[in-house]
Design a protein around this ligand. Structure first.
Ligand code: ADP
Ligand code: MG
Length: 321
């Protein structure tokens, strides 16, 4: 039973960044306005996510740490899953391969805390904290050597963690995010920003004067976002972001579409800064290729690719490119 849990956990939680993604998504789902992330040693020794969201009651806390106790399992078809979390097993999975401390307080209630150490409840009791939730994950895979040996250096695990938060923060400019790594503040964006300001802040590019806003409707598909001018030659390879129905995804389709749209407008070895937000009917896309990964499968990839290439071509054209 326990071994089975740990194998399943390994599928959901491959590395610190995967655990962090689940925790930040939970904080987003809780309606938070500020989310603070603190990690140590690339998240291997510690990941901490604190939010000011709705919180979770002491009674629900025990349920949340049990496998398959979700509040969000859809009654309808899986296609209709558009909230980010849906499996109800992230917390129990993480708690089975690390020491997880969950502290929370709902408005008007008292704080409560529960500690699960590698699948075993280690402590429970009152906790002093503001409204919201704090989750701490310590020593990921310390007791799962087969998993631990696949972890990369703290430096590259850290890079993956930061990337996860950046992508989630890009999709939610209404929420404030901070990240501290080994005590150093590495990201700080205020809540209530507009999309352009948020993308510029996260990519550290001067996009206000050097970008084109995208806002295209075609049938029931909407493409929004921001792309840098081909003449703004500060783009580097890893500043291309795609979001499908609000979820950050990594898809090779974007790379090809950008190549098609910008064609030979860009100098050699230059890449545009691009953040595209695609909203498609849930019947057009399968987000559940792998729940813990950032993959999607479009029913008609050519249609999506064509829309991106065509839309960006037209936008560039209108701006004289
Ligand atoms: P899921 O998000 O798929 O429901 P999780 O294991 O990620 O499954 O979380 C289980 C439950 O714990 C959530 O449904 C939610 O009710 C609660 N929860 C987890 N994190 C938070 C949080 N930061 N704030 C409020 N509730 C939370
Ligand atoms: Mg979740």
């Amino acid at each position: 039973e326990k071994l089975v849990n740990r194998i399943a956990a390994g599928e959901v939680v491959e590395r610190p960044a995967a655990a962090l993604k689940e925790l930040v998504e939970n904080a987003i789902d809780a309606g938070s306005t500020r989310i603070s992330v603190r990690i140590a040693e690339g998240g291997i020794s510690r990941i901490e996510v604190e939010d000011d969201g709705c919180g979770i009651t002491a009674a629900d806390m025990a349920l949340a740490l049990e496998r398959h106790a979700t509040s969000k399992l859809p009654t309808d078809a899986i296609e209709d899953v558009i909230t980010m979390g849906f499996r109800g097993e992230a917390l129990p999975s993480i708690a089975s391969v690390a020491r997880l401390t969950l502290e929370s307080r709902v408005a008007g209630g008292d704080g409560w805390k529960r500690v699960v150490d590698n699948g075993v409840v280690a402590a429970e009791g009152p906790a002093a904290l503001a409204n919201g939730t704090r989750v701490m994950v310590e020593d990921l895979f310390a007791r799962v050597p087969a998993r631990r040996k696949f972890l990369r250096s703290p430096r590259s695990e850290y890079a993956a963690c930061l990337d996860v938060v950046k992508r989630l923060a890009m999709a939610r400019p209404d929420i404030g995010f901070t990240v501290e790594h080994d005590g150093r503040r590495v990201l700080d964006v205020q809540g209530g920003q507009d999309q352009l300001t948020r993308v510029a802040a996260l990519t550290q590019r001067d996009l206000a004067a050097n970008s084109i806003g995208i806002d295209i409707d075609r049938a029931d598909v909407h493409l929004g976002g921001v792309i840098s001018l081909p003449t703004y030659n500060r783009g580097i390879a890893d500043h291309q972001y795609l979001f499908v129905n609000g979820r950050p995804v990594k898809d090779r389709l974007l790379v090809g579409a950008l190549r098609g749209a910008y064609a030979d407008l860009l100098a050699r070895d230059r890449h545009p800064v691009v953040a595209l937000f695609l909203d498609v009917p849930t019947s057009e896309v399968d987000v559940n290729v792998h729940p813990a990964k950032t993959e999607v499968r479009f029913r008609d990839p050519q249609l999506i690719r064509g829309m991106i290439v065509g839309g960006l071509r037209r936008a560039l054209d209108e701006h004289g490119f």
